[in-house]
Write a protein that binds this ligand. Structure first.
Ligand code: ADP
Ligand code: MG
Length: 243
């Protein structure tokens, strides 16, 4: 199973429980998942079922209570190792190099302009000294990403002056800054009207096709889950039917 070269990321027997007033509440109950290289995978399920919890665990923003995360990325230093067991520094290194994130409410920093928001992951990955040394190339890359997502003319604007669709385009450009192999999107069209949401769908498809970037989409948006190569439904802490 782990030797299948088409598998980029395997999550095995993932459990997560939250403690509420001393009582343990299980959310993920021994879930298995394989993400293939370059695929668009959508995860659907009722509100509260644990989709965001799973995405945050896969993206190393949160830790599972138990289970294994085996990532076979091209540039990963941790092949065959359980990423859930890495220390905080190694986790953030993997996260910044390999993964991008897109959230429902964009999470752009209000005091930075659009271009600076897009460059931020490079600063976090490289550190300030190397970021400064390579700034011209970083600016060039950020501008080319803004052009690709169609908002280069907004590069000097603060996020507050952008529409919802433009903010999500900026967030997508930011997610791509460090050339991730996988982008996790949590309800990326949840705050957008239908037409704007459809444009974001088109953009995700185009980026997947042109760059080979994989996407894991958590969504209520049927249009968005339809464009995925594969859809998994979560129910009661597990995937309802494997595919
Ligand atoms: N930090 C937390 N502490 C306690 N319970 C949480 C926490 N985060 C999420 N939960 C609970 O875990 C369950 C799954 O939440 P979530 O992953 O956000 O679901 P979804 O994204 O599918 O709507 C919910 O019952 C939620 O209340
Ligand atoms: Mg959620």
């Amino acid at each position: 199973m782990s030797n299948d070269p088409s598998v980029l990321y395997s999550a095995r027997n993932i459990r997560k429980e939250y403690r509420l007033q001393g009582i343990s509440v299980p959310v993920l109950k021994g879930l298995h998942l394989q993400i293939r290289r370059g695929e668009i995978l959508s995860i659907v399920g009722l509100s509260g079922v644990g989709k965001s919890t799973l995405l945050n665990i896969l993206g190393l923003l949160d830790s599972p209570s138990s289970g294994e995360l085996i990532y076979q990325g091209r540039r990963s230093d941790f092949h065959g190792q359980n990423l859930a067991r890495l220390d905080i520094q190694d986790k953030s290194r993997v996260r910044n190099r390999e993964f991008g994130f897109v959230f429902q409410f964009y999470h752009l920093l209000p005091d930075l302009d659009v271009l600076e928001n897009v460059m931020l992951p490079a600063m976090i990955l490289l550190g300030v000294a190397e970021y400064r040394a390579r700034k011209p190339q970083i600016v060039e890359r950020a501008r080319s990403l803004l052009e690709r997502v169609g908002i280069l003319e907004r590069q000097d604007f603060p996020p507050s002056r952008l529409s919802g669709g433009e903010r999500q385009r900026a967030a997508i450009a930011r997610a791509l800054m460090n050339d991730p192999e996988l982008v996790f999107c949590d309800e990326p069209t949840g705050n957008l009207d239908t037409v704007t949401g459809h444009r974001i769908h088109g953009l995700i498809l185009e980026l997947n096709r042109d760059l080979g970037t994989g996407f894991v989409l958590v969504t209520h948006d049927r249009g968005l889950s339809r464009l995925a190569h594969r859809t998994l439904a979560m129910r009661d802490g597990l995937f309802a039917s494997p595919s």
